[in-house]
Ligand binder design. Structure first.
Ligand code: NAD
Length: 491
């Protein structure tokens, strides 16, 4: 295991920052500090925690430029894109946690019917130390938001950010310190898979993992050892469906943005586009026109920048080669070049004449590639959209709202949009997650806050006779119970 990790700017190859790698002993020490901090943080009321959450919201807003710079340098993305896609949801997430955690996690009275002599309620108690392991594609917000959510729920956190974008993860810890969070509430450990594996194997109380299905599987196996609860936010190969009554121009622009933002390195990126025959030619003409206007490069203000993690380029190239060999047409792009410093730049790529035997349609591509398929009708589009082992995001485009809503409901995904694309993750109040190989559990919204808690239920009698009807010795016959069940539970 290397002693240090160094992050680099994918535009220039310039080294950005070096961090010591945490071995199992250092991981354990961080978990111990977080456990110690939990003894206090986990027992505070929401009212007591709220000022800290508001402080987190403020530091996110007050440090917009600093956060944007780190993201742009580490990922190769345009700064404006970085602010919209990471700092905006990060600040909104902290604001949501500050304003809503107390209400969402408040104890709830439970109906006791038909046990009328009882009352019961549930409390949402923090699980303890949360291990948060995150990827490089949206490195700040995907580290920040689960951290803030966990902290709002009363957990303490040990964050293991991606080794490719460690500074964005370090920034989460630095901003938590600047917001005045007590020592040990947010810890960070750096390193690659081995450090992550050591954290998963340690005595943590919940794991929130965002990353690839392959690593997700390894973590699920490891978590099974200690039965540690797990939230898995994994990859996608998302479908985008254009029906014959769609606003084709808007749909084409939506597909282009959804496929090319962050060079397609978005878990909810548009990857598979299904267009009904009647509007296929118009749609493809609009899409290629839009693609021709994009500027791809390794400068500061490019629409499509280089691949953040250069080894990933081989997967994109392999999928394109597989598609070519099976008869696909590369309408635009399809080429890549080396940028100064060793990064890889893919031209915005549009592929047609695709089918589901191609890897492009079966696996996540994670590059600036849109595969467009002509389909006869809505039914065929739905069947193909759902012919996927993933199920993260999907979208449907039609001028008929009811038709759109029905189609969206029939898509097998955790998040879906009608005449829209990829903004679900920007709603702090919506749970975010997938089905199938895209994972399980949620990191956002009320469900996200509750995921870091365990529900603890209480009961107590309203009156306390010396004995109860169902205690020993039995005082109610089976016949009487039958009558009572029929009387109280038939309607
Ligand atoms: P990855 O799985 O390679 O790595 C993710 C993190 O896991 C990194 O911090 C890495 O160091 C760590 N890790 C690696 N091996 C580990 C192990 N054995 N035990 C514990 N931790 C380990 O993913 P990536 O390449 O960084 O990110 C890209 C993937 O993430 C894509 O599949 C993308 O779709 C997915 N993603 C999903 C979401 C979502 O919310 N569903 C969001 C963003 C990215």
């Amino acid at each position: 295991m290397a002693d240090t990790i160094t992050t680099t700017n994918p535009r220039t190859g310039e080294a950005l920052a070096t961090y010591p790698v945490a071995d199992a002993g250092e991981v354990q020490a961080a978990v111990t500090r977080a456990r110690k901090a939990f003894a206090d943080w986990g027992h505070r009321t929401h009212e007591e925690r709220r000022p800290y959450l508001t402080a987190l919201q403020r530091v996110a807003v007050d440090n917009v430029d600093r956060i944007g710079e780190v993201i742009a340098a580490e990922t190769g993305r345009d700064r404006g894109d970085a602010l919209f896609s990471e700092v905006l949801p990060a600040a909104a997430g902290a604001r949501y946690a500050a304003k809503q955690a107390g209400r969402i996690l408040a104890p709830r009275k439970a109906s006791a019917w038909p046990l009328l002599t009882r009352k019961g309620w549930v409390e949402y108690l923090p699980r303890g130390v949360a291990a948060i392991i995150t990827p490089w594609n949206y490195p700040f917000n995907l580290s920040w938001n689960p951290t803030v959510t966990a902290v709002a729920a009363g957990c303490t956190v040990v964050l293991k950010p991606s080794e490719v974008t460690a500074s964005a993860g370090q920034l989460v810890k630095d901003l938590a310190d600047e917001a005045g969070l007590p020592s040990g509430v947010v810890e960070v450990v750096h390193g690659a898979g081995e450090t992550g594996a050591a954290l998963v194997a340690d005595e943590v109380d919940i794991i929130s993992f965002t990353g690839s299905p392959a690593t997700g599987r390894k973590i699920a196996h490891a978590a099974a050892e200690r039965l540690t609860p797990l939230i898995l936010e994994l990859g996608g190969n998302d479908a985008f469906v254009v029906l014959e009554d769609a606003d084709v121009k808007r749909a084409a622009r939506g597909a282009l943005w959804g496929g090319m933002l962050n060079a397609g390195q978005t878990c909810v990126a548009v990857e598979r586009v299904y267009v009904v025959d009647a509007v296929y030619d118009d749609f493809v003409a609009e899409l290629t026109k839009g693609a021709d206007q994009l500027n791809a490069g390794a400068g500061d203000r490019n629409d499509v920048g280089p691949i953040t993690f250069p080894p990933r380029a081989a997967i994109i190239e392999r999928q394109l080669e597989d598609a070519r060999s099976k008869g696909a047409t590369i309408l635009r792009g399809g080429t890549h070049s080396e940028v100064p410093g060793g990064g890889v730049l893919f031209q915005p790529t549009i592929v047609t004449d695709v089918d589901h035997t191609m890897e492009l349609m079966q696996r996540e591509t994670f590059g600036p590639v849109l595969a467009v398929m002509r389909v006869p009708d809505e039914q065929a589009a739905l069947e193909l959209a759902n012919d996927s082992s993933y199920g993260l995001h999907g979208s449907v485009w039609t001028r008929n709202r009811e038709r759109g809503a029905a189609f969206a409901q029939a898509m097998r995904t955790g998040t879906v949009a009608v005449n829209d694309v990829m903004v679900n993750a920007g709603f702090a109040d919506l749970p975010f997650g997938g089905v199938g190989e895209s994972g399980y559990g949620s990191n956002w919204g009320p469900e996200g806050l509750r995921a870091f808690c365990y529900p603890k239920t209480y009961t107590t009698p309203r009156v306390s006779p010396r004995s109860e009807l169902w205690w020993f010795p039995r005082r109610i016959s089976a016949r009487a119970w039958k009558g009572l069940i029929r009387l109280t539970l038939r309607r």
